[in-house]
Design a binder for this molecule. Structure first.
Ligand code: PRP
Ligand code: ZN
Ligand code: MG
Length: 217
């Protein structure tokens, strides 16, 4: 339809750390939506945009496949997937780091101590790549959530997980050994061909985002 050719579809995290901040940014650049807690798909009232609220882990793939034109997602998620997308902007919120961590005061004290150890993570690709780069061979076990309890359950010697405040690690008796990836929220764009109308809309959208970011400094 004519509508889907011009209306920008933008993915964002449905229910997580980036959700409110992303909605605030979109409202900050003048877009108006109905109460977003109610719906997975939201039409913007005053801009040719619709929002798709989905799991953050699904966003890079949706944008890669062109199901969504743009997405707001942590750089960690896009990098882990190795998604074929273009990063348009780094947005300086949702800052966090992906770090190797192990039991506090345990035998793992530096990155070389990970040799031969079992590491639980939701980021197996980034973890393996990093360790391979250091010439360290570890066993990487992929777990989709609550990674931080794996050492206590003795399913792993250590973890590689996202750290923001560090509270989760501390609460689980773990300490950070090495940061392997620094992350922030990014605005990503599909590499699929877009109609001239959509390209224009993206330009307008970026002008507003840049203005908003500069005003916030
Ligand atoms: C990350 C990570 C920890 C927590 C760390 O999860 O998996 O659970 O944040 O934050 P802290 O250092 O401030 O305690 P996230 O909220 O990104 O959600 P997800 O794992 O569901 O994607
Ligand atoms: Zn997630
Ligand atoms: Mg988590």
């Amino acid at each position: 339809t004519a509508d889907s050719e011009t209306s920008l579809r933008i993915a964002l995290q449905k229910d997580g750390r980036l959700t409110d901040k992303t909605i605030n940014l979109l409202e900050g650049i003048g877009l108006q939506f109905d109460n977003y807690k109610r719906s997975l798909m939201l039409k913007c009232r005053n801009f040719d945009v619709e929002l798709l609220l989905i799991r953050d882990d699904d966003i890079p793939e949706y944008v890669q496949d062109g199901v969504c034109d743009l997405g707001f997602v942590g750089a960690n998620v896009t990098a882990e997937m190795g998604a074929d997308v273009t990063t348009l902007r780094g947005l300086e919120y949702g800052m966090c780091r992906l770090s190797l961590a192990a039991k506090k005061d345990g035998i793992i004290k530096t990155v070389s101590d990970f040799e031969g150890k079992t590491i639980a993570t939701s980021y197996p690709n980034l973890t393996r790549k990093y360790l391979e780069g250091k010439g360290i061979s570890s066993k990487v076990v992929t777990i989709s959530g609550a990674v931080e309890i794996a050492p206590r359950l003795e399913v792993a010697d250590a973890v590689c997980d996202l750290v923001s405040t560090g509270n989760t690690l501390r609460a689980n008796g773990l300490e950070e050994i090495e940061t392997i990836f620094e992350s922030e929220t990014e605005l990503i764009r599909t590499n699929k061909d877009l109609s001239p109308g959509k390209k224009k809309l993206i330009e307008k959208f970026l002008v507003r985002i840049d203005g908003h970011q500069q005003a916030g400094r």
